[in-house]
Write a protein of this length. Structure first.
Length: 148
């Protein structure tokens, strides 16, 4: 077992966008499935889905990890994100990184998420996280890639 504690930031932004759907996805859509920031990411959702998988893999590898919760935002499939919502989710995700340095970042993203502000929400999230942590810190993302 590795005795060094790794400080890893963890977050999740999931919503599959149907760009033909005229009903925009709102903040309330994320709130109904769980929108949390900071410690709540790990405390409330650290044993669910991909977030649980991240933690389980650290255990399998014998790694000691101090998790830093970023943002967990999950919504059902729907139309593009409403105006300003992408920027809000990015802010929720990157704000915790301003106060703490980390050894790496693990993100669970969808990959087929768009906004009326930008067609590539996951790309913008990754760019913002990269700016926040710098070029030397590993940033890893899982994506739900299929023919979108």
């Amino acid at each position: 077992m590795n005795q060094l504690v790794k400080h890893i930031a963890i977050g999740q932004i999931l919503q599959e966008t149907n760009t033909l759907n005229p009903v925009l996805t709102q903040r309330a859509d994320f709130e109904s499935y769980g929108l949390v920031q900071g410690e709540g990411v790990v405390e409330e959702y650290g044993d669910v889905g991909e977030l649980a998988g991240f933690a389980a893999m650290a255990d399998v590898l014998g790694e000691r990890v101090d998790w830093l919760g970023l943002c967990r935002a999950v919504a059902w499939s729907g139309g593009p994100l409403s105006g300003g919502l992408m920027a809000e989710l990015i802010e929720l995700t990157t704000a915790p990184l301003r106060d703490r340095s980390v050894d790496g970042v693990l993100l669970s993203l969808h990959g087929a998420q768009s906004s009326i502000d930008d067609p590539d929400v996951s790309g913008r999230v990754l760019e913002a996280v990269r700016r926040a942590v710098g070029a030397a810190t590993p940033v890893v993302a899982t994506l739900d890639l299929h023919a979108n």
